[in-house]
Design a protein around this ligand. Structure first.
Ligand SMILES: Cc1ncc(COP(=O)(O)O)c(C=O)c1O
Length: 429
């Protein structure tokens, strides 16, 4: 990581609880008041009272409409007439499209050419005539440079996280949840768990809590492959991560913002990171047990309750479930990553002797009764004595691995396990 010279120090205005209250007034009647509900599954798992703030049910299926609307609604008439511009391939673009359509402001959204059609269709249908999409770069960095250039010509840039107005809008999520819990007669949370990408939602949350409920513990959760807020808090300033894992799109951010950092620094949230495979297991639990469609970033907060964040039994925990824009085609990958993370999916290279019965012996002598072959790639070469096969095995229980490896050790074919850290494994996944 680096604290590169491309990001000179500038003074950032610290967002206050009053800014969040003012944002809540602006947003009243414009965005949905999303449900706050008790999670029976997570309460049983942890022994705590776990509540979910369901921003997956927000208009545009994520909290991003709040920050975008709060910013654009504050522009004066000449700025509104000049229009807004943003760069995003994800939820923020949908938030800007929603706000532009609601306020009658023209918006231009720069998208990487790789943006899936489904996402483009959503932006177009939410924004209607108010939104123009420009596909003009290969990467997010390319298109954000294009959007920043355009802002120099007079349009207002709407940052996805690094603007006090965006931050204040995102802070209304937690404020609303506290109001709802109070109205239900519930005690207020001891702990709030917030997903973190560029830090907009976390900054808005701490800005409001630090003044209104300073004793509530705040936990920020990042994906293990992109811990840019933890790195910034440790370094004392935003730093750029050289490599990130982009699986948790939305929260996979190389560098947090100056405004988000300055608002969060000094409030000492507990920062945690959750492995991508754990996030996948949680997405499946949400889907299968609770009937909730969460995208990877949306499942970050609740994923931490599976062995990463320890909570006191009997305590009150509020998790923000931040978004539900998951493309159905991603579930195959999600299932695979979850099985690998749970220790139930393994890959091997097996040198089969090229003789009749070799495969049958492998099945009879090596595989256990509940083990399932999920992948078998074999090419028979007539001029060789053995032929290698790539074999994927799914176990019913992670504990069955020891027995399987023992039987493999004693088996006639040479068998090599493909370790999950190896480059070949990354190719399979
Ligand atoms: C669903 C969802 N959750 C969390 C985040 C992280 O956002 P922030 O930049 O506010 O930390 C994002 C960002 O796009 C998101 O889309």
């Amino acid at each position: 990581m680096s604290t590169d010279a491309a990001h000179p120090r500038e003074t950032a205005a610290r967002v206050t609880a009053d800014d969040v209250d003012a944002a809540a007034e602006r947003l009243a009647g414009v965005v949905s008041t999303t449900p706050v509900e008790r999670s029976v599954r997570l309460s049983e798992r942890t022994g705590a009272h776990v509540w979910l703030k369901r921003e997956d049910l927000q208009v545009v299926r994520s909290y991003k409409a709040r920050g975008a609307y709060n910013l654009i609604a504050q522009l004066d008439a000449p700025a509104r007439a000049a229009g807004v511009v943003t760069a995003s391939a994800g939820n923020h673009a949908q938030g800007v499209a929603f706000a532009c359509a609601a306020l009658g402001v023209r918006g231009r959204v720069h998208l990487p050419r790789t943006t899936p059609r489904q996402q483009r269709d959503r932006i177009a249908s939410i924004g209607g005539d108010a939104i123009e999409m420009i596909l003009d770069g290969e990467t997010y960095d390319d298109v954000s440079a294009a959007a920043a250039d355009e802002a120099l010509q007079g349009a207002t840039l709407v940052p996805a996280f690094d603007d006090p107005r965006t931050i204040a809008g995102q802070g209304t999520v937690l404020r609303e949840a506290f109001d709802q819990l109070t109205a239900l007669g519930e005690p207020l949370p001891d702990v709030v768990v917030v997903p973190v990408g560029g830090g907009g939602l976390l900054a808005g949350s701490v800005a409001w809590l630090r003044e209104r409920h300073p004793h509530v513990r705040v936990v920020g959760v990042e994906p293990a492959g992109a811990t840019s807020m933890a790195a910034a808090l440790e370094a004392g300033e935003p730093v750029t991560l050289q490599t990130i894992d982009t699986f948790v799109d939305g929260a996979a951010v190389r560098r947090v913002g100056r405004h988000t950092f300055d608002t969060v620094a000094g409030t000492e949230p507990t920062m945690l990171s959750v492995p991508e495979g754990r996030i996948c297991s949680e997405m499946l639990d949400l889907y299968q047990s609770d009937g909730i469609i969460a995208e990877p970033a949306g499942a970050l907060a609740t994923a931490s309750l599976g062995g990463v964040l320890e909570v006191e039994p009997g305590s009150r925990v509020l998790c923000i479930l931040s978004g539900g824009n998951n493309d159905v085609s991603r579930y195959a990958d999600v299932v695979e990553r979850a099985l690998v993370h749970e220790g139930r999916k393994h890959y091997f290279l097996v040198e089969f002797p090229q003789e009749p019965g070799a495969l049958r012996r492998f099945l009879d002598e090596v595989l256990g009764p509940d083990d399932d072959i999920t992948l078998f790639e074999y090419v028979k070469h007539s001029h060789r004595e053995t032929g290698p096969a790539l074999v994927g095995v799914e176990l019913s229980r992670a504990e069955d691995l020891a027995g399987l490896l023992e039987r493999m050790d004693g088996a006639p074919p040479r068998i090599e396990r493909i370790e999950s850290e190896s480059p070949l494994f990354r190719f399979l996944l």
